[in-house]
Write a protein that binds this ligand. Structure first.
Ligand code: ADP
Ligand code: MG
Ligand code: MG
Ligand code: MG
Ligand code: MG
Ligand code: MG
Length: 681
């Protein structure tokens, strides 16, 4: 999670004086990187996943499941055990990496080295994920579990939900009514982020998730779990003064959002052009994958009427002032800003004919001075698309500034750039090469919720890898207006979205046929259904080739509204009529590869899971969890997830992961559970 610099963080009234300095030098740093690396070519596909876990402790005697605030301790142990692994093995084996996250009960893990373009790596993903989980598990106490759950059902509920227990009245950074200070990673960055978001906004963040209304839920539901009359912090009256809505689950702190877990994937492109094309293609895919991976229907001891974390996190870091939110006329601030810093992508960025201006159809404020600086940078000038993207990200203020790091060498540092970039949390991220590294231009896919088992996490990861390859190899065109992507983001989060919602998507995703197309593209298929069997199949998934020229017949002049339609999740993933479905596209791409039978078997089992989630023959994690709560004998049909229900749910999640408990509505019958030891790297 972002940059972890050391030093003295400035409080907001100090930090804001340096905002322009950070922005100016951040752009200088980007420009220096651009000048050096814009023409860099030929980087191999490399990619990797990030999985986040919560350490949950099971207290059997009082039937309670609580979050263990053991991050510092566990990371120290994992650091020494991974060093030992590296020392004990040759260079071909690199131990995985564990990272801190916002919550002091959270862990993140990534593979030790990124995967490559070799097909075989697809077959290593699940084993690597299981190995990482087993390593984490081996450092835990017998009653602690590394669970890959997206939201903790009783985070912020009254009583003990952390080990050790802390009272929320000491929430000096967030001033939350529900979450104690100790929930937050103690590294200065995190409490400062929390406090400065509140200070910049001028109030606590306020998230109101619609409550799932059951037959015995009191109506209107005025939440008895909110300490309405507390008076510890000046913001305490906000709840009763309108911030907390009836029939909603009210949450008032960054921890509710940034304390959620997710599954992310990062891809290295062969050059900057390919990374921008992949970025754009991922944008309309992001909400679909959010719906397919939906895994978070429970918050603060209640059942929500939504299935995903997204709006919770968006609200939890929404530092916009009332002026920026459009509640007051602009006086102190420069922009009306329609979205939180954490939200869906606002602009497509590829500089190609496929990216029609009509697709960027929402109100996107951007900093004109920064834009001018980028587009007018002499011989290195940046095109309008990318300039606008950066000038849009840079309307935000830096929230955390360390006084020691204000003056940097813009030739060698990317710190100021990353300060703004890494606090714009969008569904897809365009990652320029980091300072002082050999890494190329990358793209990160960030919308997915983490799944209970590594089989599922591997399935969604491998699916997105294959889809990314299909996009590049077949020159697929996924563009639809950003306003429709935004609408899909909201639909994706609704309860049971896969069966109740339709999603906007482009009707014809194939590139226009070319009449004199005689030169085959380096990686094979460029038209749908082309016969790939006569071509040499490859063990490599690199796809570096230029975007095709625009159609000769001018068919780009079709009105944008005719280019897209609404699909059910099943149609969109599994195909319907002439539309091949996103899974169909990955299968076409697989024909280009030389795959061993055991590799193919694994890949097929992954695609099958995705297919079955989409067609409803397996339920989403969210639907399964909701059903677990509602059918629990102790459930009172009042929307409440009690301590006992939560305990049983967390136990069930752990047993599912280990293969001890079978859930045939959630997982295929042949799922046999995660690794029981760590001997499988
Ligand atoms: P962040 O938290 O900033 O998104 P992380 O370092 O946690 O970044 O995760 C980055 C992911 O990218 C990891 O899975 C890692 O394996 C992968 N990765 C590392 N180097 C490369 C590279 N050159 N190309 C693609 N992916 C990479
Ligand atoms: Mg993370
Ligand atoms: Mg990370
Ligand atoms: Mg990080
Ligand atoms: Mg080694
Ligand atoms: Mg990431």
């Amino acid at each position: 999670m972002g940059l972890l610099s050391l030093g003295t963080p400035l409080p907001w009234n100090e930090a804001k004086k340096h905002a322009d300095h950070v922005r100016y030098h951040g752009i200088s740093q980007f420009l220096n990187t651009w000048r050096r690396l814009k023409d860099r070519q030929g980087d191999e596909l490399m990619w990797g996943d990030e999985i986040e876990y919560m350490i949950v402790e099971l207290h059997d005697k009082d039937k309670n499941a609580v979050l263990s605030l053991c991050q510092t301790d566990i990371l120290r142990k994992l650091d020494s055990s991974t060093r030992q692994i590296d020392a004990d093995t040759d260079d071909s084996i690199v131990a995985p990496t564990f990272h801190p996250e916002y919550g002091r009960y959270m862990l993140e893990s990534t593979p030790g080295v990124p995967y490559t373009s070799c097909v075989h790596d697809l077959a290593l993903v699940e084993g690597n994920m299981r190995y990482r989980r087993a390593l984490a598990r081996s450092e835990l106490l017998p009653n602690q579990r590394p669970l890959s759950i997206t939201s903790f059902p009783r985070l912020g509920a009254p009583g003990q939900f952390t080990e050790p227990y802390y009272d929320p009245s000491n929430a000096v950074s967030s001033h939350s009514l529900f979450l104690p200070e100790e929930i937050t990673n103690p590294h200065a960055r995190f409490p400062t982020l929390t406090a400065n978001i509140r200070r910049r906004r001028g109030s606590k963040v306020a998230i109101n998730l619609p409550l799932f209304i059951d037959v015995k839920t009191p109506r209107p539901h005025v939440d008895p779990l909110i300490p309405w009359e507390r008076s510890v912090y000046e913001e305490d009256p906000e709840a009763k003064n309108g911030a907390a809505l009836a029939d909603h689950i009210y949450m008032d702190a960054m921890g509710f959002g940034m304390g959620c877990c997710c599954l992310q994937l990062t891809f290295q492109a062969c050059n900057v052009t390919e990374s921008r094309r992949l970025y754009d293609a991922f944008v309309p895919v992001a909400p679909i994958m959010l719906a397919l991976t939906a895994a978070s229907p429970l918050y603060r001891g209640y059942i929500a009427d939504v299935d995903c974390r997204w709006n919770v996190i968006a609200g939890s870091v929404d530092d916009r002032t009332p002026e920026e939110r459009g509640l007051k006329p602009l006086k102190e601030n420069r922009f009306r800003i329609p979205k939180s810093r954490y939200d869906s992508v606002d602009l497509y960025i590829a500089d190609t004919w496929m990216n029609r201006p009509e697709y960027n159809d929402t109100d996107v404020p951007y900093d004109l001075a920064i834009y001018d600086r980028l587009v007018k940078d002499g011989e290195f000038c940046i095109d309008a698309h990318l300039s606008k993207h950066l000038a849009h990200l840079f309307i935000r203020d830096p929230i955390v500034i360390f006084s020691e790091l204000l003056d940097q060498d813009d030739e060698t540092s990317m710190d100021h750039f990353e300060n703004i970039q890494s606090t714009n949390w969008q569904t897809v991220r365009f990652k320029p090469p980091p300072a002082n590294s050999s890494i190329g231009w990358r793209v990160e896919f960030r919308s997915m919720e983490v799944q209970l088992t590594d089989f599922e996490n591997a399935a969604f990861a491998v699916f997105i890898v294959l889809l990314s390859r299909a996009i590049l190899s077949m020159n697929l065109n996924f563009y639809i207006p950003i306003s429709k992507v935004d609408e899909n983001m909201q639909r994706a989060q609704r309860r049971d979205a896969l069966s109740t919602q339709r999603f906007f998507f482009r009707r014809d995703v194939f590139p226009p046929p070319r009449s004199q197309d005689t030169s085959p593209t380096p990686s094979g298929a460029s038209t749908p259904g082309s016969n790939t069997s006569s071509r040499t199949k490859s063990r490599r998934m690199n796809n570096c080739h230029p975007t095709p020229p625009p159609p000769e017949d001018g068919s780009t002049s079709v009105p944008v509204e005719e280019e897209y339609t609404e699909f059910t999740a099943d149609e969109l993933m599994n195909g319907s009529g002439a539309f091949p479905g996103l899974i169909g596209l990955t299968e076409t791409y697989l024909e280009e590869l030389e795959i061993e039978p055991d590799e193919r078997y694994k890949i097929d089992s992954y695609l099958d899971l995705v297919r079955r989630r989409a067609n409803g023959s397996l339920s989403t994690t969210a639907a399964w969890m909701r059903n677990f709560v509602i059918s629990h004998p102790a459930y009172m049909r009042d929307s409440v997830v009690s301590q006992e229900i939560n305990y049983d749910l967390m136990r069930a999640v752990d047993e599912i992961e280990r293969g001890v408990r079978r859930e045939p509505t959630l997982l295929p019958e042949n799922y046999t559970g995660g690794a029981k030891d760590k001997g499988c790297l």
